[in-house]
Ligand binder design. Structure first.
Ligand SMILES: Cc1cc2nc3c(=O)[nH]c(=O)nc-3n(C[C@H](O)[C@H](O)[C@H](O)COP(=O)(O)OP(=O)(O)OC[C@H]3O[C@@H](n4cnc5c(N)ncnc54)[C@H](O)[C@@H]3O)c2cc1C
Length: 400
């Protein structure tokens, strides 16, 4: 049976970044990445907005704030170094009426407190950047960019292989046994032994932790984000990225307009509960739903978020409401300009007390580290997250 120093479960951008960090810091370590799908970055990594976030929105002092700001710089450097197409196009966050000005000011203070350069714009200056955008004032964030994160994940995989790491697609981890000398990891067609495991299983991270009997105090709630695409002739209405001010009571940034690297422009994503963890269309999974509805944490969370959640659900079913929401930012948009596109599903941790976990959550277990909350901006922050996990391995006394 093959024996490894570290097995990483999950070949999304976080797992692959950990693998790449391992090969750089411990070139002699034997590492293996196991991914259940047939390609890298198939789930969250391959179905997101593709933004290289700046770090303006996150709680000062949080991991999200620090890793996102550092991750922005690291991601742009990585893309430059390896020739991955990207564009540091900047974004605007818009106050659509005067009542929102205090919130815009608060965001300015938070951004500068997080060490991110931003500029206040009056409505004329906003129009010079985004000519079709309505707003009484805005913040301009020049360091925000765009990239296709699946390309980044594929490059990480290539670098792991060049660094003598092993990669296995189509390998779903089904069982993990903690033995006195290490771990035994069972997939359908093979078994592996390892000294250490890093759980980067995204939408299934709580289940991988449960296989090792790690008490995480959380469960994953799948939150779908649906997009519309602008028809090709309407793409010029949006130059780069246009955001409304986020609802401070909700851990999501709200539907916005974003340009993609392939030239398309999308509107979205919304944030609606889905009854299947990898449910990209309106579908249902019995295990996922019964576990969710059977948990007290879910009902506590529903009691505090039913108003915002209800509005998002209505906008998910009614294109008219979705368009009305977008027209506050770009009034010239109409329903015929938008075509329903794909969706992504966020792995959002819900804590046992009914709170959405706001920050990234990295937990230790026996011979293991578990990435238990890595929703947005974890793609942006993937390089610092990878290094932080390798640091924790070293602090835990593991050298390779
Ligand atoms: C709609 C949406 C928009 C977003 N927009 C942005 C953005 O603009 N910028 C940004 O920075 N972030 C964004 N994010 C967040 C970002 O996509 C995620 O934070 C990031 O991709 C998380 O990466 P991951 O590797 O943890 O998860 P994933 O990419 O989901 O990877 C986890 C992997 O684990 C595998 N796996 C699960 N269980 C097993 C098992 N038992 N055995 C083997 N493999 C297993 C899965 O198949 C999967 O490939 C967005 C997310 C969504 C959903």
């Amino acid at each position: 049976m093959p024996f490894y120093d570290v097995v990483i479960v999950g070949g999304g951008i976080v797992g692959l970044s950990v693998g790449w960090a391992m090969t750089q810091r411990y070139p002699r370590a034997r590492i293996l990445v196991l991914e259940k799908e047939r390609r890298w970055g198939h789930h969250q990594t391959g179905s997101n907005s593709g933004e290289i976030h700046s770090g303006i929105h996150y709680q000062p002092g949080s991991l999200k704030a620090a890793y996102c700001r550092d991750g922005n710089t690291a991601m742009v450097q990585f893309c430059r170094a390896y020739g991955i197409p990207h564009d540091v196009c900047g974004k605007v966050v818009v106050a659509t009426d005067r009542n929102e000005l205090p919130q815009l000011e608060a965001l300015y203070r938070r951004a500068t407190g997080n060490g991110v350069a931003v500029k206040n714009l009056c409505s004329e200056e906003l129009r010079a950047i985004e000519p079709h955008c309505a707003g009484v004032a805005a913040l301009h964030v020049p360091s925000t960019g765009i990239v296709n994160y699946r390309h980044v994940a594929e490059k990480f995989a290539e670098l792991i292989q060049k660094g003598n790491g092993d990669l296995q697609l189509g390998a779903e981890v089904k069982e993990i046994r903690v033995l006195p000398f290490g771990l035994q990891i069972e997939c359908a067609s093979a078994s592996y032994q390892s000294r250490f495991l890093i759980n980067c299983a995204g939408l299934h991270c709580d289940r991988i932790a449960a296989l090792m009997k790690v008490r995480t105090g959380m469960r994953i709630v799948p939150i779908k984000g649906e997009y519309y695409h602008l028809t090709p002739e309407k793409r010029p209405l949006v130059k780069a990225l246009i955001y409304a001010l986020p609802n401070p009571r909700y851990p999501f940034l709200g539907a916005h307009f974003n340009k993609l690297m392939n030239g398309e422009v999308r509107a979205g994503p919304n944030a609606v509960l889905t009854l299947k963890r990898e449910g990209y269309v309106r579908n249902f999974d019995l295990r996922d739903s019964t576990e969710l509805f059977g948990s007290r944490a879910f009902w506590r969370c529903a009691a505090s978020h039913w108003v915002e959640g209800g509005k998002e659900l209505l906008r998910s079913f009614s294109k008219t409401l979705f368009v009305r929401h977008l027209q506050k930012l770009v009034p010239d948009i109409c329903s015929a300009d938008l075509v329903a596109g794909h969706a992504g599903v966020r792995a959002q941790a819900l804590m046992d007390d009914g709170r959405f976990m706001d920050d990234f959550l990295l937990l230790r277990g026996p011979r293991s580290i578990h990435v238990c909350n890595a929703p947005s901006p974890a793609a942006t922050a993937s390089i610092p997250i990878g290094h932080a996990i390798v640091d924790r391995l070293r602090e835990g006394g593991y050298g390779f």
